[in-house]
Design a protein around this ligand. Structure first.
Ligand SMILES: NC(=O)c1ccc[n+]([C@@H]2O[C@H](COP(=O)([O-])OP(=O)(O)OC[C@H]3O[C@@H](n4cnc5c(N)ncnc54)[C@H](OP(=O)(O)O)[C@@H]3O)[C@@H](O)[C@H]2O)c1
Length: 342
């Protein structure tokens, strides 16, 4: 769709924000660059020829100015524990859809808890975690379910060959650890559970060529909020390849560096989703390159579908609920290749 519609991007000059801005342009939108640092915005506006509007989450009027005339806002500025609520409030005041890329379990949970009723009453659209973590896993789980309306378990295994985290990922991790008071979280028995024990060290058999790998079990990602927000699955477990978990926990792992002309790093991923009902498994598998870069086609496809009315509900909704999951996944080619085994 060559819409020419303006889409505000808060956190535009961040690592993920830059991929989102580039993808919005490719899809015919006009990004409006926003964020808290006027100098970084000015530099990006100079490079790109796009309009920049500085704004702070502590100053609602500045956010209103940033969103003026925009058809939607994408929030790429994390930690979302700080940015999500003020930017959602601004989107509600402007009467425009809000989409974010939050990976923080608690921040995503807060978005559902604090805004569900108001968004539903206003027929507003708020899509949290419309990103690699949270959004993609939910789309895959929903597509794997097919005609099932319930399942006993969902397992989402992240097969990352490495994980070079950005400063934003590290900052989000710090905030999440503080909010958990040193505990870990998992989704079991239909609710988020906070625990003091160590997560299980397991093995997971990924589709070839990755094969059997050491993983950290209950390596809890945003999918434990997005999936149960609309699918009655009492156990939603996420897993992470041990080498990627080690990369993230090491303070010395460098940030991602571009390795191709799209600016993507060399990191590859495989997301292996198994839903289980009555002992029967259904599976969805996604493969691609660079978890940060791939967030951009996910976000921009979501914005395009929202603005062209291809949605199934309003209110606060995750990707799997608001979109036709299988159709959405098909549209992500060539960025993500997906196989459904139902
Ligand atoms: N769910 C997923 O799969 C997924 C994928 C990609 C990214 N993310 C999340 O998105 C966030 C950004 O990641 P990134 O890779 O783009 O990191 P990044 O390159 O470090 O960028 C972080 C951005 O957030 C901005 N920011 C931080 N605190 C802010 C505040 N209080 N007000 C306004 N702006 C603020 C930063 O601005 P300054 O430079 O001014 O500090 C910067 O623009 C992280 O929380 C990350 O976890 C999630």
């Amino acid at each position: 769709m060559e819409s020419g519609l303006m889409v505000a991007v808060f956190g535009a000059y961040g690592h993920t924000g830059r991929f989102v801005v580039a993808r919005l342009r490719e899809r015919g939108f006009v990004p409006v660059l926003s964020g808290r640092d006027a100098d970084k915005l000015k530099a990006m506006a100079y490079e790109s020829g796009l309009e920049a509007r500085a704004a702070s989450v502590d100053d609602p009027a500045s956010l209103d100015r940033a969103l003026a005339g925009a058809a939607a806002v994408v929030n790429c500025a994390g930690p979302f524990a700080t940015t999500a609520a003020p930017v959602i409030e601004a989107a509600l005041r402007a009467g425009i859809p809000y989409v974010d890329v939050a990976a923080e379990v608690e921040a995503n949970h807060d978005t559902f808890t604090h805004f569900a009723a108001r968004a539903r009453d206003a027929r507003a659209v708020i899509v949290p975690a419309m990103a690699f973590y949270g959004g993609l896993g939910d789309l895959l789980t929903t597509a794997a379910m097919d005609d099932w309306t319930t399942a006993d378990e969902a397992h989402i295994a992240y097969g990352l060959d490495s994980w070079h985290p950005t400063a934003g990922t590290r900052a989000a991790g710090v905030v999440s650890r503080q909010r958990r008071d040193g505990r870990r979280v998992r989704f079991a028995n239909g609710r988020l559970e906070y625990r003091d024990d160590a997560p299980p060290a397991l093995e997971w058999t990924f589709p070839e060529p990755m094969g059997r790998r050491a993983v950290i079990g209950e390596y809890t990602m945003a999918d434990v909020v997005t999936v149960p927000s609309h699918l009655p699955i009492p156990d939603v477990r996420t897993y992470m390849t041990a080498e990627a978990a080690r990369d993230l926990s090491s303070p010395d792992t460098p940030a991602p560096v571009p390795a191709d002309d799209l600016g993507r790093s060399a990191q590859t991923f495989l997301v292996d989703v198994v839903v289980r009902s009555g002992g029967v498994d259904r599976r969805a598998v996604a493969r691609g390159q660079d978890i940060y870069a791939v967030t951009a086609p996910l976000v921009v496809e979501a914005v395009d579908r929202i603005l062209s009315g291809r949605i199934r509900t309003t209110g606060v909704a995750s990707a799997g609920e608001i979109f036709d999951a299988a159709d959405f996944l098909r549209s992500l080619s060539p960025y993500i290749s997906v196989a459904l085994h139902r």
